[in-house]
Design a protein around this ligand. Structure first.
Ligand code: HEM
Length: 537
């Protein structure tokens, strides 16, 4: 039988296996030499010592010894799938991005869903936010929409992220507890970080224990920009709306499943796709004219705030269908590398300080995860559009631009001939006027931490309110430090009177009278009038 190998060429189909062993084919080493026996080490006599000389033993063992790469520092546990995005409504009035303007065009995607807190081997059903990261292989390059199933975040400034993550990961000395139980360190941090109140409401609600990845909304969270060909910007928030609706487990189910079937969500996704029940989401946008930012009662740069859909309606523009499971978890789901900074012409960033920090963090952590910058050559991360530059070499680089010229500008044969320009479709950053004094402080418009938390809790149905109250009773009931429990009650007192009363009663602690936090900006955003669609250019 022939030993068949398939080489990974640039542009290969993501997930296509690398060196491939065909059924019945002879085993070979990685160097292509046929192996006569891969179950017995070369020895000096049948009962003698193993010989270091044995290249087949050494290769097999060395490769196994090096199988692990660092798991993601957050979102370590995930499940992925391939699919396609099809646009049905053009946003050409607002953006030049082809993925959002070419109606009917089909763009390949890879999506990775994840929990945030747990390690790679943790249970799927822990109470947590869920990652919802989408890689669009557009004709103009990679666009990553790296979102969650909750539309707001715990913190307003990325510089706090390492502290947030340290507080919710297992404690450093004995590495307990794992994800699903409350603990002192997380609530110590939260109780001292009132901006987290809004997301705390979402995580302790049923959204924190989804029934299925197929039944979750997705949110890009930050304000981004759409930019048209003339350079005009419109602010945008991105949404995924699941065709199966939003559904959750109840806490008892989530806990039991965590024990008996920790793979519940990843199996659910894979089985649905295998059975041809392809999950679908509609892509929605909320659009806000740059001039309208003063018309809303929150700061659009604050990632702890959502734009109420009653004020800024969500318009659906396209549909994503996940229709193919990965062939290999490691090659695709584990090695996929997302980053908020991966945008294409016509999509740009806002000055949200959380987004700006993320734009640095993902690329930086991936240098560690992939031992250098060449993960862009892995099939799952390769763009479908041409890649043409003079970056070269480094660990695991397997293809460089051929020829003599590897610099810019150049004029010798084989060079680029100065092909890069805005006129030729090159990325142009939005010409945002910027001025300011260097300062480490946030705008006072970021100071209202409670209005939307209150709005969220009070908009729940009675059973949903009870679930939030019970979740906080459970969580804070597992906090062992009374001062932390008391501070958390102070935070809840700013959100809703019944909420704090019922949690305090469960904990056997008094309802805080003079709350340590000051209620700021009580006007619920829903009282606002709807803001009309931004005008076309
Ligand atoms: C990973 C979402 C905030 C740093 C992820 C992933 C998602 C995500 C979905 C997993 C990507 C995958 O499946 O491979 C979010 C959202 C945030 C947020 C929605 C807030 C709006 C932040 C912040 C930072 C950060 C503020 C740091 C400044 C990271 C890092 C990873 C990660 C380092 C691991 C990436 C990797 O190893 O490839 N995040 N994140 N995130 N996030 Fe975030």
């Amino acid at each position: 039988a022939e030993a068949a190998t398939t080489r990974l060429e640039p542009g290969a189909v993501p997930g296509a296996p690398g060196p491939q062993v065909k059924h019945g084919a002879a085993l070979t080493s990685n160097l292509g030499v046929r192996i006569s026996d891969d179950q017995n080490t070369l020895r000096a006599g049948t009962r003698g010592p193993s010989l270091l000389e044995d290249p087949f033993f050494r290769e097999k063992m060395m490769h196994f010894d090096h199988e692990r790469i660092p798991e993601r520092v957050v979102h370590a546990r995930g499940a992925g799938a391939h699919g396609v995005f099809e646009l049905h409504t053009s946003l050409a009035q607002y953006t030049s991005a082809k993925v959002l303007t070419q109606v009917g065009a089909r763009t390949e995607v890879f999506v990775r869903f994840s929990t945030v807190n747990g390690s790679r081997g943790s249970a799927d059903t822990a109470r947590d936010a869920r990652g919802f990261a989408t890689k669009f292989y557009t004709s103009e390059g990679i666009w990553d929409l790296v979102g969650n199933n909750i539309p707001v975040f715990f913190i307003q400034d990325a510089i706090k992220f390492p502290d947030l993550v340290h507080s919710f990961k297992p404690e450093p000395h004995i590495e307990v507890p794992q994800a699903s139980t409350a603990h002192d360190t997380f609530y110590d941090f939260i109780s001292l970080t009132p901006e987290s109140a809004h997301m705390l409401m979402w995580v302790t609600s049923d959204r924190g224990i989804p029934r299925s990845f197929r039944m979750m909304e997705g949110f890009g969270i930050h304000t981004f920009r759409l930019v048209d060909a003339s350079g005009r910007s419109t602010l945008v928030k991105f949404h995924w709306k699941p065709r199966l609706g939003v559904r959750s487990l109840v806490w008892d189910e989530a806990q039991k499943l965590g024990g008996v079937d920790p793979d519940f969500h990843r199996r659910d996704l894979a089985e649905a796709i295998d059975a041809g029940n392809f999950p679908k989401w509609d892509l929605g946008v909320q659009l806000l004219a740059e001039n309208d930012v003063d018309k809303v009662t929150f700061d659009v740069l604050d990632a702890t705030k959502l734009w109420p859909e009653e004020v800024v309606p969500v318009q659906l523009v396209g549909t994503m269908t996940l229709n193919r499971n990965p062939q290999n978890y490691f090659a695709e789901t584990e090695q996929v590398a997302f980053c908020t900074s991966h945008v294409v012409p016509g999509i740009d960033f806002s000055d949200d300080p959380l987004l700006q920090g993320r734009n640095f963090s993902y690329f930086d952590t991936q240098l560690n995860r992939f031992n250098g910058p060449n993960w862009t050559q892995l099939p799952v991360n390769q763009p479908r559009s041409p890649v043409n530059n003079f970056q070269q070499d480094g660990f695991m680089r397997y293809a460089n631009r051929p020829g003599r010229v590897n610099y810019e500008p150049n004029s010798l044969p084989g060079g680029t001939g100065h092909e890069s320009s805005a006129a030729a479709g090159g990325y142009v950053s939005y010409a945002e006027p910027v001025s300011g004094t260097k300062i480490r402080a946030r705008s006072s418009t970021f100071a209202d931490h409670f209005s939307q938390a209150t709005l969220f809790f009070q908009s729940m149905t009675e059973p949903e309110k009870q679930h939030i109250i019970q979740a906080l009773q459970f969580e804070l009931g597992h906090v062992t430090v009374k001062a932390v429990q008391e501070r958390m009650l102070g935070l809840l007192a700013n959100i809703d009177d019944r909420l704090v009363r019922e949690v305090a009663g469960y904990l056997g602690l008094p309802v805080p009278s003079g709350s340590p936090n000051t209620r700021i900006g009580t006007a619920p955003s829903l009282s606002q009038e709807r803001i009309s669609k931004p005008d076309a250019a």
